[in-house]
Design a protein around this ligand. Structure first.
Ligand SMILES: [Zn+2]
Ligand SMILES: [Zn+2]
Length: 234
């Protein structure tokens, strides 16, 4: 499964949904998640885009499509740029911090922003908690994710050499070690902004291998665990 992908609707991604679906099927994925940026990102879709997901077919041969969002955390209280009326109609929601939306704070402020966002029952995944521009208390974050049953993401794009997120390798390393210590699962996401990246977890897989990270703590390895990261009704 790859639940973190963007299309041209996000404003700075370059493939269509049809192209992402074709790429996902080629890679043999069972689940593809469409997670467009929330409306606070310049050039991104507005709320009506998310409210019309109902018209999109969800099954493509063996591939099932989930339609969600990567909502923006807009402040240190963990507010999101999508309201509950929209969130309850999505298949799932990722919550992430982006520098153009929320000014990086202290580790305390960033950690509380993330935890408060995870307290939102519609948030299933915390996106890319791996950016040194947003220092985090990883022990506290991992404990909170376990308690709130939100999956922490290992973001493949963050690990890419061209990524703007700084220190992602070292930060994910620390995060994954706490996950191993406390037995907390993670989810891999590509954060694809072009179809060829859909389902390509090369960098993330390499990191997990170096850490000898247990397969049973990777949600992607077991399709039966999809219910942990999407809304029950979908
Ligand atoms: Zn993001
Ligand atoms: Zn993204």
């Amino acid at each position: 499964m790859d639940l973190h992908t963007h299309t041209i609707a996000s404003g700075h991604a370059y493939s269509t949904l049809q192209e992402n679906i074709a790429a996902a099927r080629e890679k043999g994925l069972q689940f593809l998640g469409l997670s467009e940026h929330g409306p606070a990102v310049a050039g991104g879709p507005d709320r009506l885009y998310f409210l019309n997901y109902k018209i999109i077919p969800r099954q493509y041969g063996e591939l099932k499509l989930y339609c969600g969002a990567e909502a923006n955390i807009t402040d240190y209280e963990g507010h999101l740029d999508l309201d509950n009326f929209v969130l309850e109609r999505l298949d799932y929601c990722i919550a992430s911090m982006h520098t153009m939306i929320v000014t990086p704070g202290s580790a305390r402020e960033n950690t509380m922003a993330s935890i408060h966002a995870m307290e939102n029952p519609y948030v299933k995944i915390l996106g890319h908690p791996d950016d040194s521009r947003y220092p985090l208390d990883y022990e506290e974050l991992v404990r909170a994710a376990a308690k709130l049953q939100v999956a922490l993401e290992v973001n493949n794009s963050s690990l890419h050499p061209l990524s703007a997120r700084q220190g992602a390798n070292e930060n994910q390393w620390i995060l994954l070690q706490y996950c191993m210590r406390f037995g907390v699962s993670v989810i891999l996401g590509t954060d694809s902004h072009f179809s060829s990246a859909v389902g390509d977890f090369t960098q993330a897989d390499q990191l997990l291998k170096e850490l000898d990270f247990p397969q049973e703590l990777v949600i992607n390895r077991d399709p039966g665990r999809i219910g942990e990261v999407v809304n029950r009704r979908s």
